[in-house]
Design a protein around this ligand. Sequence first.
Ligand code: UD1
Length: 359
Amino acid sequence: MKVMSVVGARPQLVKLAPMAEALTAAGHEHLIVHTGQHYDADLSDVFFDGLGIPEPDVHLGAGSGSHGAQTGAVLAGLDPVLEHTRPDRVLVYGDTNSTLAGALAAVKLGLPVAHLEAGLRSFNRRMPEEHNRVLTDHCADLLLAPTEEAVRHLAAEGLAERTRLVGDVMVDVCLRVRDQVAGAQVRGLPEDVNPRETYLLATLHRAENTDDPERLAALIGALAALPYPVALMAHPRLVDRAERQGLKLQQGAIRVGRPLPYAAMVGAVLGSAGVVTDSGGLQKEAYLLGRVCTTLRTETEWPETMAGGWNRLVADPHRLSAAEWSEIALRPAPEGSRGEPYGDGRAAARAAAALTEEM
Ligand code: UD1
């Protein structure tokens, strides 16, 4: 069977790695279309190299733009590719503009669409990712859900029949890479962070945190006020918005670095005293790797990470006293087992099987 993966942004490349392997192992012909939503080497090439993903068969070069322009560029670019190759299944990943455009382009040509990481909800209608998830789920033919919570969300929207619980493919890749980097030196942190001393690992890139100048300044101020070095691995969106707003990222405790390749990120999480982030993937990686996470948002699509206090939501750290804030960000790891709410690390094989058996 001919399966086409449509990917374009960093978190999708991480999920593509185990899927590419599982699809090939299942005997499928696998084509990869890179939409070009992410084009910087730090956000794209290093994932292909580092995770051993085959080169994309097609590159659309859509690039950045407003949501409408970016989604539209991917949609228009995909049309002739899909017409020409007529895949048996189109597989879209996650919740980015590339996800929605991939699903729409396929469904309009009558091609069967599967959505990996279906059913996540923040119930925050201001997030572009929330529009992308809901719309993609409703136009896809097969919904590959990572968690029981996601299955429940899909059932509540009348989509139970198309839903299959396969587990989370991020577990497949995260645990494998953890075993590869175990014991290795932490690489890629900003030069002025000593990986053998206490540090926090931070990322910040969500539109709701970066695009409002007052909010961004407040969040950066809160990170800067922490009592230990904060390795801020800065996404280009953060760098761009800070520059436009005349805000200096390197201040107080903050040491600025570049986005990390996957294995280096896993190593940096393992070496840290905790993670502070607004990324969905990193919240879960911290959980899987046994590090506390503080999430700079009002809600999470991964509520399982909150059990036992492994993850905590702190939308407005600048409203806390300095002592309260640092006590939260540097809290010790909870005791007791975390269980396996994201599956057993074999989600990609199940997803690959579902593409043939369930569609
Ligand atoms: C996108 C996803 C988000 C995901 C994130 C992971 C959407 C709506 N958002 O956000 O869900 O968590 O990817 O990283 O799809 N830029 C560069 N180089 C690049 C790519 C982007 O400099 O290679 C800068 C540009 O200033 C661009 C901005 O980042 O305007 C935003 O990029 P975009 O792809 O629109 O969204 P992300 O913020 O990366």
